[in-house]
Design a binder for this molecule. Structure first.
Ligand code: GAR
Length: 202
């Protein structure tokens, strides 16, 4: 069975959605570890309550050392090679090219905009300030860029007149909780593959 490692930095609601779907048997994968970049992340208590082991990997001084420490934590729990998938769920650190190339198309991320619009920080605020009428969320494989990897699933969310970044974030989050577990499920069932920068049905 596919071994899932989930990387978090904060609240962990996407992590929880994935863990719930796995526990219900909808995702044929075993969540084996949650790794947090922050010791005070609320996600840690949620993961422990759901019976998943946790590790904290703080900033190790430089990117390479940090990536090696994250990789080692995942390996300790058997999230390795073709038998492993890494899900970034509100993980606020950028993984370097060595980590990404060693796990090519085996690291997923969720981002709160319809990429390639509004990459980077505060995507929902960017959409509101830009005056976009529609935003949404994207689940994608992680490549060497920031929010640039092959798109697996997207969901659109209308931006209402007078929306604040916070109000829009909450509506986008509902859609994240729907499409992220679905993307992990498709991966775990072997029903998608990557062709160039397109994700297609296998
Ligand atoms: C989510 O909205 C996710 O899309 C976003 O952080 C939030 C995490 O919430 N991620 C990014 O902005 C990454 N660039 P959660 O901790 O409740 O899952």
């Amino acid at each position: 069975m596919l071994r899932l490692g989930i990387l978090v930095s904060g609240r962990g609601s996407n992590m929880e959605a994935i863990l719930r779907a796995a526990k219900r048997g909808r995702i044929p994968a075993e969540p084996v570890v949650v790794v947090s970049s922050r010791p005070d992340a609320a996600a840690l208590a949620v993961a422990e309550r759901m019976g998943v082991e946790t590790e904290v990997v703080g900033w190790a001084g430089d990117r390479d050392a940090h990536d090696l420490a994250v990789d080692a934590a995942l390996r300790r729990h058997g999230v390795v090679g073709d038998g492993g998938l890494v899900c970034l769920a509100g993980f606020m650190r950028i993984l370097g090219p060595r980590f990404v190339s060693a796990r090519r198309n085996r690291v997923m991320n969720v981002h709160p905009s319809l990429l390639p619009a509004f990459p980077g920080l505060d995507a929902q605020g960017q959409a509101v300030r830009y005056g976009a009428k529609v935003s949404g969320c994207t689940v994608h494989f992680v490549d060497e860029g920031v929010d640039t990897g092959p798109v697996i699933l997207q969901a659109a969310v209308p931006v209402a007149e007078g929306d604040t970044a916070e109000a829009l974030s909450m509506r986008i989050l509902d859609q994240e909780h729907r499409i992220y577990p679905r993307a992990v499920e498709m991966f775990a069932r072997g029903s998608i593959r990557v062709s160039g920068r397109r994700v297609v049905r296998a």
